[in-house]
Design a protein around this ligand. Sequence first.
Ligand code: KG4
Ligand code: ZN
Length: 400
Amino acid sequence: MFILAIDTSCDDTCISIIKIKNQKSSLAIARRDERREQSSLRLAKSKNTNFEILSNVVSSQIKIHAKYGGIVPYLAKREHERNLPIILNKSLRKAGFINSKSKIRNSKQIPNSKFKIQNINLIAVTVGPGLEPCLWQGVNFAKKLAEDFKKSIVPVNHLEAHLLANWLTPINSNTKLFPAVGLIVSGGHTELILIKDIGKYKLLGETRDDAAGECLDKIARILGLGYPGGPSIAQQAEQWKVKILNPKFQINSKSKINLPRPMINQKNYDFSFSGLKTAVLYEFKNRNLELGKQKNYIQEICYEVQQAVIDVLISKTIRAAREYKVKTIMLGGGVAANKELRKQFNLQLKINNLQINFFVPPSKFCTDNAAMVGVAGYFGWLEGKQKSPKKLEANANLQI
Ligand code: KG4
Ligand code: ZN
């Protein structure tokens, strides 16, 4: 089975083609389990499926939005419109579905090319949450393809897809996965989710203001660093870490700049990151440093910012994992690409002697991509979530 997946929820135009590898055996096991025990149906499906990524094209708009320090929705929409046919062409070609010479500029031209869309069994598309004008670009494009080529279409929740990105790498079928706690940390969301099974989610807590990634992006802007903020703050923080570890620099390992860890001690699973951003704003302004003397300071404050975010995320997630006695912690979303976050999560689980599986997708599947949408589309299809293209709508505020 082949799935063509599309995501235009934010500023990346993403199209991927994935192949479901051992679908027959997984369905057979699922049916057997269904007869035996209804509740294990989804579990059987999830464990025995392997996904092969034939293509995963992400067209980034970073250069366009960088000069504004954040995403400009109408520019993002315009770029998606322009890019979608080009990215479709690229994705099909990479997957070996069209020969290298044929070009597709829009879906009307497709029947005349040597295009083998007949081999695609299903179209999956992100319908929300995200930036409304951007979401509609992907949804309308998917609708047109589905109508022209009489394909089924499955709507996908972008947040669920971020969690299901963990299935893009094979999962040992003997591993007990659920219940699990999922931490989604992206540019638009910070949510802790109790996962009872694939498709069965309960929101435990979320940010009351800025998302973790949004906070990093805004702080990077205050400090005059590049967009997106997460990777540029991580890069500065790494340089400071090297200095801390190097005796030559004689730096006290405990950072001199102290920033708040908002809501870390509150007995709920909500987050708040806007206070951290404000603290950085005042700290930076009050120092009033000359331009030439800022290098060390920027590295140090980035180190502290990153650590503040990591401390809050890990502390709340581990507390939820303990309370709900979960078997697995899984991360998803752009901030989960952060190396220190990944390292320190592993370390804290070890230090606390917690026998919990820790899953985080490879970095390129943490940030926005359509391969994860393909996985979510597949599980959605198994549950009968396909929709008539006419009824498909974008929903910017879709919840998990
Ligand atoms: O999931 P994503 O690609 O898009 C959304 O759905 O929002 O997440 C983008 C966010 C941005 O805020 C970006 O700064 C952050 O993820 N990010 C990172 C890293 N890579 C991307 N944050 C920390 N460390 C990184 N390595
Ligand atoms: Zn995302």
